[in-house]
Design a protein around this ligand. Structure first.
Ligand code: P6P
Length: 338
């Protein structure tokens, strides 16, 4: 353990200083991942400003296009996508990007870049016009192909266990960036007047259990018997139902207070609605680093093999005991139905 580990960095440390000090914990670190994290934070500051102004200038509302998901693209979706791609391209560390807003991979031209980024630039964007918290979710992988060439599909379709970093930005009552590089989870709160993120939630550990379940019960007619049984269990245990309809907001609350978020298979979304590469895997990395659990109801999220960049998967994520309880109910349905 070097001297830095002994000195847990104090609340109020800037994100820049935190990244630099943590890099010193890795003697062979060359600073590229540190720079990449800074690039993401810079784009987040710019997007934060656009979001905060969106009510005042005409950039809220639908863009008139539909993204690869067939969802109405909101103007801020497009702006956020442009901002993050530009920051990652200009930063030079990323060779290829997977974005929820783009059907094809984005080659940045940085053929010497060692990293791949999978990103949902603005998740929950349907909530923009009603001033509900929204978020950015990102995963970072090291490329497996040699530098000097464009990133390949093999670089992009890695399992979540290969992530070198993951994080999210929540644009809420305050804006926060929460991320992990595999050594715990830390949260930084943005001070707009200073233009800085400051360490506010060091070494986040999620409660092993909780009394909150987050699922859209409007889809309950198409829940499996095991899923329906788990929801009944939660009601009989007098848990609170909390569903904001914005993944990052629901996840963040449950991470700090305990609880489970579920997007199960439904008749409308037989594989669930959420995307493995830039929604489920990054949050799974974070929750595991915070002592929680994430699966598709049976298999650990980060071990799911991505069939394509925009593959969907069911998501059961949050406090370890609640995820395991939900998995028990699903396992029982297999026994009953087999
Ligand atoms: P539903 C937002 O579109 C999103 O991707 C997540 O942020 C959110 O949790 C989920 O979809 C809401 O989906 O089908 O419950 O409206």
């Amino acid at each position: 353990m070097n001297q830095h580990d002994k000195l847990a960095l104090p609340v109020g440390t800037t994100l820049d200083r935190f990244i630099m000090r943590k890099q010193e914990d890795f003697p062979y670190a060359t600073g590229e991942l540190s720079q990449l994290l800074r690039d993401i934070a810079l784009a987040a500051k710019i997007v934060n400003r656009e979001i905060n102004r969106s009510g005042l200038i005409d950039i809220a509302g639908a863009y008139g296009n539909r993204n690869v998901q067939g969802e109405d693209q909101q103007k801020l979706d497009v702006i956020a996508n442009i901002r993050f791609i530009r920051a990652l391209r200009n930063g030079g560390e990323v060779c290829t990007i997977i974005s929820e807003e783009d059907e094809e991979v984005i080659q940045t031209g940085n053929v010497q870049g060692k990293y791949i980024v999978a990103i949902d630039p603005l998740d929950g964007s349907s909530n923009i016009d009603v001033n509900v918290s929204i978020g950015t979710i990102f995963s970072i992988y090291r490329r497996v192909s040699p530098t000097g060439t464009e990133g390949t599909m093999a670089d992009c379709l890695q399992t979540g266990t290969n992530q070198v970093a993951a994080g999210y930005v929540i644009y809420g009552s305050s804006t926060m960036m929460v991320y992990t590089t595999g050594n715990g989870v830390n949260g930084f709160t943005y001070e707009p007047s200073l233009g800085e993120f400051f360490l506010s939630h060091p070494q986040i550990v999620t409660p092993q259990s909780g009394a909150v379940y987050s699922v859209n019960e409007g889809s309950s007619n198409s829940f499996s018997s095991g899923m329906a049984a788990f929801v009944t269990y939660c009601k009989e245990a007098n848990y609170s139902a909390r569903y904001i309809g914005s993944l990052v907001a629901d996840f963040h609350r449950n991470l700090l207070k305990g609880g489970i978020y579920i997007y199960p298979p439904t008749s409308k979304s037989p594989n669930g609605k959420l995307r493995l590469m830039y929604e489920c895997n990054p949050l799974a990395f974070i929750v595991e680093q915070a002592g929680g659990k994430s699966s598709n109801g049976r298999t650990r999220t980060m071990e799911l093999r991505p069939e394509d960049m925009h593959a969907r998967c069911p998501l059961f994520i949050g406090s370890k005991e609640l995820v395991e309880k939900a998995e028990e109910f699903l396992a029982q349905e297999e026994v009953v139905e087999s």
